[in-house]
Design a protein around this ligand. Structure first.
Ligand code: KG4
Ligand code: ZN
Length: 337
């Protein structure tokens, strides 16, 4: 089945064409460079950019996939969570295409999309090795979310825990700002800086590992950011980056390990923007071996290919009842079933 997928939840405009779970094209236009100056997304600006990019991005995705609209069997669109103005552009665009070309539409939760980035079997002609078996333990680490869920079947999802304050990606971004590395998306820069760190002084920086031993699956990263703020002046940027990154990875690993021991999943999927982090990948692979699946690095950030893959596995939700499909900025992974 040929699927068209649309993702416009924040500051990326993306359209992808898939044949089942194989990605034929995945075009992403981003306005994130505009928000380095403002130190964060300006929702009004992001939604205007979505409007500007959506048609050329669709055209490019169809051309690259060598598919015409009348060949499509299904459309998948991100309905939330995200910024209302940005979401509305993609949702209404998808509804128009569905109505004009009589193609059924599947609403996709952006967070489910991130998880299904791990289910993609082929990317632009390259096979992707991912031997996924249920039950799955999913750790989602992005700019806005840090969630652990247990997936028994495609539609049976139990929420185990999540962040009580800042998300892991948000913590990376805020620490990058404190360290003067970046004003907006600093995760990759912290990661790069931490590689420069060689050896601690006699008394090296030691940051807390928030909630690492707590009797739940919750996370908290806001105090870690404050600890950085209170101590960073006495250490090199490389040392702070290294210790901060290690703290986040330690906490994410420990909580995932705890859930692994209790729920005994056959596969672990780690996805979302922060899952591009190489220390996180290496540490998880060392402990879980080939039981842990990471998306291709270029599919960790926001993209429509993951939304299309989720739409393939959620195809029974497809509908022509377009009144029922609306943008919902407050969707989460809680209370799904
Ligand atoms: O999934 P994503 O693209 O957008 C959301 O849905 O939030 O995640 C973006 C987040 C940002 O906070 C960014 O700094 C972080 O992912 N990120 C990283 C890395 N690459 C992106 N964090 C740590 N290490 C990285 N290599
Ligand atoms: Zn995302």
């Amino acid at each position: 089945m040929y699927i068209l997928a649309i993702e416009t939840s924040c500051d990326e405009t993306s359209v992808s064409v898939l044949k089942d779970s194989a990605v034929l094209s995945n075009v992403v236009a981003s306005s994130s460079n505009l928000f380095e100056e403002t130190g964060g997304v300006v929702p009004e600006v992001a939604s205007r950019k979505q409007l500007e990019y959506i048609i050329p991005v669709l055209q490019k995705a169809l051309i690259q996939a060598k598919i015409t609209i009348d060949q499509l069997d299904l459309i998948g669109v991100t309905v939330g969570p995200g910024l209302m103005g940005s979401l509305m552009v993609g949702v209404n665009f998808a509804k128009c295409l569905s109505a004009i070309y009589s193609i059924p539409l599947v609403p996709i939760n952006h967070l489910i999309g991130h998880i299904y980035s791990g289910f993609i079997t082929n990317y632009l002609g390259e096979d992707v090795k991912n031997d996924i078996k249920f039950p799955i333990l999913s750790l989602l680490v992005s700019g806005g979310h840090t969630d652990l869920v247990l997936i028994k079947t495609h539609k049976d999802i139990t929420y185990l825990g999540g962040t009580r304050d800042d998300a892991s990606g948000e913590a990376f971004d805020k620490v990058a700002r404190i360290l003067g590395l970046s004003n907006y998306l600093g995760g990759p820069l912290i990661s790069k800086k931490s590689l420069e760190f060689k050896k601690a002084k006699v008394k090296g920086l030691k940051l807390p590992r928030p909630l690492i031993g707590s009797n739940d699956f919750d996370f908290s990263f806001s105090g870690l950011k404050t600890a950085v703020l209170n101590s960073y002046k006495d250490y090199s940027v490389a040392e702070v980056s290294n210790e901060f990154e290690q703290s986040v990875v330690d906490v994410l690993l420990k909580k995932t390990q705890k859930a692994y021991e209790i729920y005994n999943p056959k596969t672990i999927i780690v996805s979302g923007g922060v899952s591009a982090n190489s220390r996180l990948r290496n540490t998880f692979k060392k402990l879980f071996g080939n039981k842990v699946i990471f998306p291709l690095p270029l599919l960790c950030g926001d993209n429509a290919a993951m939304v299309g893959c989720a739409a393939y596995f959620y195809k029974e939700d497809a509908t022509f009842n377009l009144d029922k499909i609306n943008a919902d900025p407050s969707l989460s992974l809680q209370n799904l079933t």
